[in-house]
Write a protein that binds this ligand. Structure first.
Ligand code: ZN
Length: 455
């Protein structure tokens, strides 16, 4: 599939035993960001990868805000060359020990047929190693990169990237670059090289409706007393209609640009495993996920589900998550919900924001850096990459786009079936090897360009 010496060299290097050994070492680090041991594991993780970065002439500095350590690795060949900022996260979601098939240990790299298993192999340790190996390939083949490379590594992505925006502001000079090129998330399919350019924003909130202190007998009062569970259900259907269509215009970008529509034309999200008849009318499933906003009920509560009693519940609650597309105004989202509920007759439903929120952001599909890299991928692999205007899920893209002001291009090396955030996280070996070859070619394409070619 590859046409250049660089990509073939990358493929061969990833097939070598050092790649597998390192992958096992990365996975053995129990860098679950949600445990109290997270700081020790973060330190140990930085020690491990520093051993690999330092021999490549990166200068390494650790920075941090309380509870959030960062590693900044810089390899400056010449200030007049283009500078690429890349980003990886070393933290993972919990191991979920005991839930993996065939008794697999999440912290041990395990081979089964065509796949390698281990917590973090897809999200994001394997993708980090692919990119590191691609850098090594370019250096081995050419003895220089032909560009400057800055690597920012965090240990808290899975808990909402605490301190990342702050570090980007504090270290703006050390992180100054022309473009962000990073790897996380899945390709649209294992065989389809993919670029994505941003991410939807997200916010979660709780809706509560409480009418009285305790339940009332459903026989003695039923039919003559407001039921908060029924009323809250109506409030929810005023937000998302019977067919899954979002009803709050202020939560949407209003329209989809032509270039975005064109890029999404050939995309079949989730391998087609979606409900064609669910969602905003007039949009394709790809447009609904990658270019429009959606609201989902994450949980609902009223009464006592494990053992219902014959009573009208006193209160009902729903946890709702909004995912909003780039182009949506990120200010005033909850105020728009308040206005909407008031107008729909649900003034007594209260709104409480919950958990971290993240802003939508994306680089335009027709940006010159996107065209360049898309051309490199097509030349190497014989097929143009799938280009997603934004990832359906979330990433700290807005920090790179808004705080550092960079074009943001993500080259994901995982695939939709990888089981990230679940037991049995895995990747096909072949995908890791080929992604390394492709990434070597992508990195190689920066040599001989000017900084302004990427702006
Ligand atoms: Zn993740």
């Amino acid at each position: 599939m590859f046409t250049s010496e660089l990509s073939m060299a990358g493929l061969e290097r990833a097939r070598g035993s050092a790649f597998k050994t390192r992958l096992a070492q990365l996975i053995a680090q129990k860098t679950d960001a949600q445990t109290e041991n997270a700081p020790q594991w973060a330190a140990s993780y930085f020690d491990l990868i520093s051993q690999w970065l330092a021999p490549l002439s990166f200068t390494l500095e650790q920075h941090g805000v309380p509870g959030a350590p960062f590693l900044i690795a810089r390899r400056i060949e010449d200030p007049v060359l283009p500078t690429v900022l890349t980003y990886s996260h070393g933290d993972v979601v919990p191991g979920m020990e005991g839930d993996w098939a065939e008794g697999r240990d999440p912290w041990t790299l395990t081979e089964a047929g065509e796949h390698w298993f281990g917590r973090g192999i897809a999200d994001n340790k394997g993708q980090f190693l692919v990119n590191l190996t691609a850098v090594e390939t370019v250096l081995a083949e050419r003895h220089a990169l032909g560009f400057n490379l800055i690597w920012l590594i965090e240990m808290g992505e899975e808990i909402g990237s605490p301190g990342l925006a702050e570090i980007c502001m504090l270290q703006a000079k050390a992180l100054k670059a022309d473009v962000l090129l990073a790897s996380d998330g899945p390709r649209v399919a294992a065989e389809t090289p993919t670029l994505f350019l941003g991410a939807r924003g997200g916010m979660t909130f709780r809706l509560d409706l409480e009418h009285r202190e305790s339940g009332r007998h459903s026989g003695n009062f039923g039919g003559a007393l407001r039921n908060p569970a029924i009323e809250l259900a109506h409030a929810l259907t005023s937000i998302v209609d019977r067919n899954g269509g979002l009803q709050i215009d202020a939560w949407t970008p209003g329209h989809i640009p032509d270039a975005t529509r064109a890029a999404l034309k050939t995309i079949t999200p989730a391998g087609g495993a979606v409900d064609e008849d669910w969602g905003v009318a007039g949009l394709t499933p790809a447009e609904r996920i990658h270019a429009w906003s959606s609201a989902e009920v994450l949980a609902l509560h009223a009464g006592h589900p494990p053992a219902p009693v014959n009573a009208i519940p006193p209160k009902a609650s729903a946890w709702v998550q909004l995912r909003y597309a780039p182009g949506t105004r990120s200010e005033g989202l909850l105020e728009a919900l308040r206005t909407h509920l008031d107008e729909a007759g649900f003034s007594d439903v209260t709104i409480t924001p919950e958990g971290p929120s993240f802003r939508a952001s994306a680089t335009p599909v027709d940006h010159q850096a996107v065209k360049r890299l898309s051309g490199v991928i097509e030349a190497e692999s014989g097929q143009p990459p799938a280009i997603l205007p934004s990832l359906g899920g979330s990433l700290p893209n807005d920090i790179f786009r808004e705080v550092l002001g960079l074009p943001t291009i993500w080259v994901p090396h995982s695939y939709p079936e990888c089981s990230q955030h679940a037991p049995n996280e895995h990747l096909p070996k072949r995908l890791l090897f080929e992604a390394t070859g492709l990434m070597a070619a992508i990195l190689g394409s920066f040599a001989g360009t000017k900084p302004e070619d990427w702006h």
